[in-house]
Write a protein that binds this ligand. Sequence first.
Ligand code: PNS
Length: 164
Amino acid sequence: MKIRAVYPGTFDPVTNGHLDLIKRSAVQFDKVIVAILKNSDKLPLFTLEERVEMLKEAVRGLDNVAVATFGGLLVDYAHRIKASVIVRGIRAVSDYEYELQMALMNRRLSSKVETVFLMPAETYTYLSSRMVREVSALGGSVHGLVPPGVERRLKQKLSQKTDI
Ligand code: PNS
C-alpha cells in the first residue's frame, strides 16, 4: 500500500530544520505533501505566494515531495488528498504539549489519519522560523540555518522595512 503523508505548517519561512524533516519524511513515505496553512491567525512576514515559492525551491530534486496550500481543517484536507499520515516535528520537550494537543484533536476529528512525530537532526533542535525572523531582523546571520533562497529573501525584506 502506498502511503501519502501531509506535512502541514506555516513555514514563515521554511528553515533547514523543516527541510531536514521533509527529507526524512520523503524516505519513509511514498508521497509527501508539504502544505502551508492559508488563513493562519498569525501575521506572517512572507506572503503565502512567497512561502510557496521558497518551499518549492527548497524541495526541488525531491521527486516524491509536492508543495500545496490548504484552508480549513487539516484532517479534511488530508482526506481530500488521500493522506493517511500527518507529519509533525518535535525538537524538544517544549514542543510536545502543543503537538500532543493537536495530534489528539486531529485524532478525535478523524480516526483515519495518524500523526507521526519525527525529530530533526540535533543541529536544528534550537531552530525555529520565529528565531530566524528575529535574528535576521536584528541584523544577525542565518547562514546555514535556512535554504539560500530564504536567506536572500530575508535580506530583501530587511532592506524594505525596518521593523520585522
Ligand atoms: O507551523 P505551525 O504554525 O505550528 O502549524 C500549525 C498547523 C498549520 C499545523 C495547525 O495550525 C493546523 O493544522 N491548522 C489547521 C486548522 C485545524 O485543523 N485545526 C484543528 C487541529 S489543531
